[in-house]
Design a protein around this ligand. Structure first.
Ligand SMILES: NC(=O)c1ccc[n+]([C@@H]2O[C@H](COP(=O)([O-])OP(=O)(O)OC[C@H]3O[C@@H](n4cnc5c(N)ncnc54)[C@H](O)[C@@H]3O)[C@@H](O)[C@H]2O)c1
Length: 306
């Protein structure tokens, strides 16, 4: 199959990511079928996609009259057979559970044409964990998105059994929906940006939990040298401190590394004070006007947050 043969894209799971990816595909001219558990979930997802469209208009990324055409290209159904009919390409955004993903892929393998390419948007699993269970391992790879409102970078990660022509096709498809493609040559626990970001988080947390420097000075250092508007602790607030803690604590337990445990405990102090990050407006910083975005932060004239 060539890129020009791809007409219909099926999105499995119409949650946060499925809505974004589905909209992006329709915005670039593909017919999209959204699949989820029930009509109610799908109706809600369609409403949210329309809102996402309004946001794209407000950012000048699409024109108001384009939104109607985009929405017309998106259908939704809780019936897998209907969703799979004439499918050329699938991207899956189901919950992060390999058994569940495998089960749904197996159903779609039954109903999809032989040509259909399967991709997963999993964040933390690797495709080989459920490649065989998809029933078409050679036509399966990870195609991983970030938040499409703020990023146009995707990772393409094949597993050892992915056919090279499929890797090329997935890459071409991602480019056709306006994405910058980062190709991983082999499976890795963590995509390229995520792997670098988690090292940055880990270094910043180690410095702070060992009392080497304050949260603000660590961010100041990164921001000052890299000319960035935000530092590692500010980014952790955006990601959500419970997410960062869960991952840090998981790896602390798995590796037995005392430094990772200290980093997890450092984060836990904030969670215990109900400082969850941007999501509840209090984390390492207070929102909507975090200290790091105020004048005088870099020069240290602004007082440190308690
Ligand atoms: N949220 C992010 O920032 C992000 C970023 C990149 C990748 N991801 C990955 O994307 C995937 C989805 O994440 P999300 O945040 O969109 O999750 P979400 O919970 O918002 O959406 C999951 C959707 O799957 C549906 N679902 C559950 N079981 C189903 C089934 N058996 N059949 C059909 N639909 C079913 C749910 O109803 C829900 O609508 C995960 O693998 C996650 O790791 C998430």
């Amino acid at each position: 199959m060539k890129l020009s043969d791809i007409k219909k894209v099926v999105i499995l799971g119409a949650g946060t990511m499925g809505q974004q990816i589905g909209f992006l595909c329709a915005m670039h001219g593909y017919n999209v079928a959204l699949y989820d558990l029930s009509r109610e979930i799908l109706d809600e997802a369609m409403k949210r996609m329309e809102k996402l469209g309004s946001w794209f208009i407000s950012m000048g990324r699409i024109k108001p009259d384009q939104l109607v055409d985009i929405m017309v290209r998106i259908e939704s159904t809780p019936d897998p057979e209907e969703a799979a009919k004439d499918a050329d390409f699938i991207n899956e955004s189901l919950p992060e559970d390999p058994e569940l993903k495998a089960r749904v892929f197996a159903v779609f393998n039954e109903f999809c044409p032989e040509r259909t390419v399967f991709t997963t948007n999993t964040s933390t699993l690797v495709p080989s964990m459920f490649a065989e269970k998809t029933g078409r391992p050679q036509k399966f790879a990870a195609l991983h998105f970030h938040d499409v409102r703020t990023s146009n970078v995707v990772d393409v990660m094949p597993h050892p059994g992915t056919a090279p022509v499929i890797v090329d096709l997935v890459r071409d498809f991602a480019k056709s929906i306006g994405q910058i493609v980062i190709l991983l040559h082999r499976e890795n626990n963590g995509y390229v940006f995520n792997a670098m970001l988690s090292s940055l988080f880990s270094s910043a947390l180690t410095l702070a939990s060992n009392g080497v420097a304050s949260v603000e000075d660590i961010d100041r250092s990164w921001m000052g040298v890299m000319h960035m508007p935000i530092g590692p602790f500010g980014i952790m607030d955006q990601v959500g401190l419970s997410t960062v803690w869960t991952i840090t604590d998981f790896w602390a337990g798995k590796t037995g590394d005392p430094q990772l445990k200290a980093n997890a405990d450092f984060l836990k102090q904030y969670l215990d004070k109900d400082r969850l990050g941007f999501k509840n407006m209090r984390g390492f910083y207070s929102y909507p006007n975090p200290a790091y975005s105020e004048q005088g932060f870099l020069s240290g004239e602004r007082k440190t947050e308690e």
